[in-house]
Design a protein around this ligand. Structure first.
Ligand SMILES: NC(=O)c1ccc[n+]([C@@H]2O[C@H](COP(=O)([O-])OP(=O)(O)OC[C@H]3O[C@@H](n4cnc5c(N)ncnc54)[C@H](OP(=O)(O)O)[C@@H]3O)[C@@H](O)[C@H]2O)c1
Length: 360
């Protein structure tokens, strides 16, 4: 069967509202190279934040594009359709970072059931986890019936698992963990973990349009809108985990809690157009970026990699089952579906219960 032509979704790096599709021939492969047909991928606000930190954290370097344009990484599944690498078989299905494209050509360095790593020069210096393609056969978390949840939630859950562990491990003495953008999937995962541990209350902050949805989830002990930060219990020692990145919300949280705020942790920037203003001069602790790889490294050394994986797998299994109660998968395919979901994610119009799975 003839393969469809290549198709890539490009975002303008200096104005993400500008984007376009570009057709290309099906990429050929040389010795040592491997070609994936990108099967399906998830698209959430997290992928939009890759544009925000694309230069600083290297996300624009995953997949080359012409000057001024970039290809956002998304988590998905792809199938090897051509291989010039002795250790990668045609038909291998892998989970990993793909572009919003029909094809991805990689140049594996190491390859085996434990992972295929893209060693292409444009990816040099990126964290190993960003270059890894995980064959489904060697993946302890893989179940074919859970593919949608894996694409939508796995990466976000890992961050929340590590953030929850970091807060629990730090001895802040918090009675409440305040979580902004409470309707986001990453925040829901964190609230789930905090409330499952029962060591502190999970308190969500969200926008009025998402309040009802968040209250209905059952993983938050309390939920308020951004307008009602002043109504939160400021006597309780608390930790703020900021998924919204909204400078005004952060300022009001710090002013309301003052010295009762024991830590202020920046993870996300869903409100990417309201992040202006640094945290200097705020009452309470200085906001600090959470760096997930450092916590992985710490726990790999504390517990050993196998025990870390065991704990992660156990926690994932609980959260994935929990997600069945609220996550509604929405499938789309083709240019128009990708364009619409991208714009909805960019402008914050996505229904929080929806998880979009796309293909080109
Ligand atoms: N640093 C890391 O390693 C890491 C890893 C994973 C995720 N994250 C971060 O976690 C955040 C959440 O990602 P996600 O994929 O879980 O999100 P998601 O499920 O797509 O969440 C969408 C929610 O984000 C808010 N939102 C999105 N776009 C908005 C806009 N343009 N204006 C205002 N609000 C908007 C809304 O929540 P509210 O109404 O509740 O505010 C919306 O319901 C991202 O910023 C991402 O960068 C960081």
């Amino acid at each position: 069967m003839a393969l469809p032509a290549g198709l890539d979704f490009w975002v303008n790096k200096s104005d993400w509202k500008r984007h376009r599709f570009e057709e290309a021939p099906v990429p050929g492969i040389g010795d040592g190279q491997v070609l994936f047909r990108v099967d399906r991928f998830a698209l959430t606000a997290n992928n939009i934040s890759y544009a925000l930190t694309g230069e600083a954290l290297g996300y624009w370097r995953f997949f080359p594009a012409p000057e001024g344009w970039g290809r956002l990484p998304v988590m998905g599944f792809g199938d090897v359709i051509a291989s010039g690498h002795p250790d990668v078989e045609v038909g291998t299905r892998c989970f990993g970072f793909y572009p919003m494209s029909r094809y991805l050509r990689i140049e594996p360095g190491a390859a085996g059931p434990g992972g295929i790593s893209d060693a292409a020069p444009h990816r040099a210096g990126l964290a190993p986890v960003y270059c890894q393609y995980q064959p489904t056969d060697g993946d302890a978390l893989y179940r074919s019936e859970h593919e949608d949840a894996l694409m939508l939630l796995r990466g976000l859950f890992l961050t929340s698992f590590l953030a929850d562990d970091f807060v629990a491990d730090s001895g802040f003495g918090e009675e409440a963990v305040l979580i902004s953008s409470a309707s986001s999937k990453t925040s829901i995962a964190l609230a789930y973990l905090v409330s499952a541990s029962a060591r502190a209350r999970a308190v969500g902050l969200t926008s009025a349009r998402n309040l009802e949805f968040v209250r209905g989830l059952g993983c938050y002990d309390a939920v308020e809108t951004y307008e009602r930060i002043d109504s939160l219990d400021a006597a309780a020692p608390s930790v703020y985990v900021d998924m919204a990145g909204n400078a005004d919300v952060r300022r009001r949280v710090h002013r309301h809690f003052g010295e009762r705020l024991k830590h202020s942790c920046i993870i996300g920037a869903t409100h990417w157009d309201r992040t202006e203003g640094n945290g200097r001069g705020l009452p309470g602790p200085s906001p600090a970026f959470f760096f997930a790889p450092a916590q992985i490294q710490k726990r790999s050394s504390d517990w050993g990699p196998a025990e870390l994986q065991r704990r992660l797998a156990q926690a994932w299994s609980g959260f994935r089952a929990f997600s069945e109660g609220w996550l509604q998968v929405r499938r789309g395919s083709g240019r128009e579906a990708v364009r619409r979901v991208y714009e909805d994610a960019l402008f914050g119009r996505t229904e929080p219960a929806h998880g979009h799975i796309l293909s080109l």
